[in-house]
Design a protein around this ligand. Structure first.
Ligand code: BES
Ligand code: MN
Ligand code: ZN
Length: 505
């Protein structure tokens, strides 16, 4: 999709639809006037309230120039990031559903929006571009449309929006251009992450995930190195090898390394869980919902998307991505409950449950991160526990950190990007629950406090790192059916981490 910016008035831009955004306050004063100017009876908009993302479709008499479809688009109060992002998202959704090719968005009130929201036009434009790309996303690459009569007939109709025109930008045009460029990078990288999450096990193995990282590296001009099974064994990554033991496909360990040109203040290592499919292994999961476990590499997808975005934005932070990747399968050679394994750190683990596999592969990645890079900040992201979904639902990720400043920064980024995180404890009382009689630690802590005991397990492998955070994204990474539609992968964490890293730039 192309995003263009013009000073030209939206009403005269050649487009399939023109969106006229209103906040709840201006709506009362302005809407009637604007509609009359377009030859539309103002009463057509009577029921429109202007809440964020609300959309009312109207038609204006053909005038020869400009779009005949008019979308009244709600900005809510027009004060928060969400107001603008939601509006753009909902417009994009509508445009894709209606197969509209060119969408114009009236930005002539930019000065007002900027004053009202205390955000720069550049910042607001970034929100609009990001939201629009997010809303226009569809996962349809595995559809051939061979059985869909409607689609066959409408083969000439555009499948997705070809162009978004931010119109009426006047003197703000250069700033809006800048903002829409950076917002597009974030939106595109997040959608790339969503594709990875949505791809099923049949289409995304540990090696495929490595290939996706290499491609991101090419787009973002950063280094990607992939360790194969032999190298993983040489390094003694016993956790990753153990989880992979039952698989027909080899594991990979993927390293993404973005070094900014010039000086940087901080180095950050991002570790992402890359379980391409989690059957549970010998401790097999129930059939119900097991298909959703194709999303168990959402942490990895987030790391790849974030680093590509950071690189393409040219942020002055060193970012290293570390991804242990494998599927978790039962077979005659699979890891068994009760087995004891030795991780790269030398710490031995009593495997109480083979379905607690994420922490086994993350243990090695954390050890490797600390040993090889000793980064200023260490953050891991993982769809780690069902218990975290029970605690927070799909609305927020669980946050665990040994550093209050880092936790606060992550919380703030969560509020500003809408990818919310909520802090949970790492108190030592929980250590009791993961003690083992036969090994140094157990990978299961029993029924209660499952998200916390998982985090406590990971903490044993950071080797005293002073600025670590673990983000359990099991809830928000993947959304099951909502209103008949399955939105699937959300790309959760890309926006969150890019915002965090921007804040440190
Ligand atoms: N990948 C799952 C966690 C998960 C659950 C992610 C639901 C997304 C949605 C993880 O590997 C897992 O199976 N965890 C177990 C741990 C338990 C065996 C200690 C769980 O949460 O049940
Ligand atoms: Mn599992
Ligand atoms: Zn898992």
């Amino acid at each position: 999709m192309k995003i263009t910016v013009t000073a030209k008035d939206g009403t005269s831009v050649k487009a399939d639809i023109l969106a006229l955004p209103f906040n709840t306050k201006d709506l009362k004063k302005e809407a009637a006037k604007v509609l009359q100017g377009l030859g539309i009876n103002a009463s057509a908009a009577e029921d429109f309230k202007g809440s964020a993302g609300e959309l009312a479709l109207l038609y204006r008499p053909a005038s020869g120039k400009g779009a005949s479809r008019i979308a009244l688009l709600g900005l809510g109060e027009g004060k928060t990031n969400d107001d603008y992002r939601k509006a753009a998202e909902s417009l994009a959704r509508k445009a894709v559903d209606m197969h509209l090719g060119v969408v114009a968005f009236d930005c002539s009130e930019m000065t007002q929006w900027s004053k009202h929201s205390k955000r720069s036009p550049e910042y607001l434009a970034a929100l609009l571009a990001e939201g629009f790309l997010y809303g226009a996303y569809r996962f349809d690459r595995l559809k051939s449309d061979k059985l869909d009569k409607e689609k066959k007939k409408g083969a000439d109709k555009p499948k997705t929006v070809a162009e978004l025109v931010l119109a009426g930008c006047g003197e703000h045009t250069p700033e809006v251009e800048k903002g829409s460029d950076s917002g597009s990078i974030i939106g595109l990288c997040q959608n790339m992450s969503r594709d990875l999450v949505n791809l099923p096990g049949s289409h995304l193995s540990a090696e495929d995930l490595a290939e996706a990282a290499r491609e991101a590296g090419k787009r973002g001009c950063f280094d990607v190195t992939v360790f194969d099974r032999k190298r993983i064994a040489e390094l003694g990554m016993g956790g990753l090898l153990a989880v992979n033991q039952g698989s027909e496909q080899p594991p990979t360990f993927i390293i993404l390394d973005y070094q900014p040109k010039g000086k940087h203040k901080k180095s950050v290592a991002l570790v992402g869980k890359g379980v391409t499919f989690d059957s549970g292994g010998i401790s097999i999961k129930p059939a119900q919902g097991m298909d959703e476990m194709k999303s168990d590499m959402s942490g990895a997808a987030c790391v790849i998307g974030t680093i590509e975005a950071v690189a393409r934005l040219g942020l002055p932070v060193r970012v290293i991505g570390l991804i242990p990747a494998t599927d978790n399968m039962p077979s005659g050679s699979a890891l068994k409950p009760g087995d004891v394994i030795t991780t790269m750190s030398g710490i031995t683990v009593d495997v109480g449950n083979t379905d607690a596999e994420g922490r086994l592969i993350l243990a090695d990645a954390l050890t490797y991160a600390k040993k090889e890079y000793d980064p200023d900040v260490l953050i891991d992201l993982a769809t780690l526990t069902g218990a975290c979904v029970v605690a927070l639902g799909h609305q927020a990720a669980g946050l665990f950190s040994n550093e209050d400043g880092l936790a606060d920064d992550l919380f703030r980024s969560g509020q500003s990007t809408g990818e919310k995180v909520w802090r949970m404890p790492l108190w030592e009382e929980y250590d009791e629950l993961i003690k083992s009689d036969v090994a140094d630690v157990s990978n299961t802590g029993g029924r209660w406090g499952g998200a916390v005991t998982a985090a406590k397990f990971l903490e044993k492998f950071i080797d005293g790192h002073k600025c670590w955070a673990h983000v359990d994204i099991a809830g928000p990474a993947f959304l099951a059916k909502v209103g008949g539609k399955a939105p699937g992968g959300t790309g959760f964490g890309v926006r969150l981490l890019v915002d965090l890293l921007k804040g440190w730039s």
